[in-house]
Design a protein around this ligand. Sequence first.
Ligand code: PGA
Length: 262
Amino acid sequence: MEIIIQPTYAKLVAVSAEIVRDALLKKPNLVLGLATGSTPIGLYEALIRMHKTDGLDFSEVTTFNLDEYVGIPPNHPYSYHTFMETHFFSAINIPSENCHIPQSTAVAHEEFCERYEATIVAAGGIDIQILGIGKDGHIGFNEPSSSLGSRTRIKTLTQSTLEANAPHFGDSVDAVPKMAITMGVGTIMDAKQCLLLASGESKAAAIAHAVEGPITAEVPASVLQMHPRTIVVIDEAAALQLKRVDYYKQVYANKQKLLSSG
Ligand code: PGA
């Protein structure tokens, strides 16, 4: 795992946007795995700026979102379909047919989940999967106890996740859908690269468990320790409970030196 610690959320966003931009410049038909939640919003804003000011081109990009609530329609104001349209898709030049998001209202859930997996494979697999992390260590909506080999399926959300997401539903925990369709942990692990973002002290324990704790289904993000190309980009507040902060900073500084020396 490469752990990049930045002083602020703005710097975290800048570093992660550069990683995505560089990959897109190398491979115009990049397959991006996308996440919702408050953390990646700054990354989407930075990519939109790059599109508008430098002409960063998304016309050949394909995207797959991690998850969607079950039981609310795609046009619901707090659906992840609406989130992605508002925060990213409407502001870049990506063809709508290239954007894939699990369907919240899919009746034949199992068939839908299998097709979602097959569509990812048909697209050549995900090149970069953007991830947030829940306070309970979830990635996507893979809550603690999720099989580390799980595939796209329906999950029931934990109380901690319902409470974290209540502000998006008029501060009412009862209004938050109780289930979601989510890529599995195994689906995420199939991505060629994972880019996990976390900001703020409320994520410090989850980050410490995921990065330095044992690999366990209790902390689904900990499985990323087994992923050959995961970059964790966090701010100082989210790094507060890590033991090896100095070492991670040294590793990053050395890598930057190596890159700048050509
Ligand atoms: P957040 O959510 O970015 O809104 O904190 C992350 C997550 O729950 O995966």
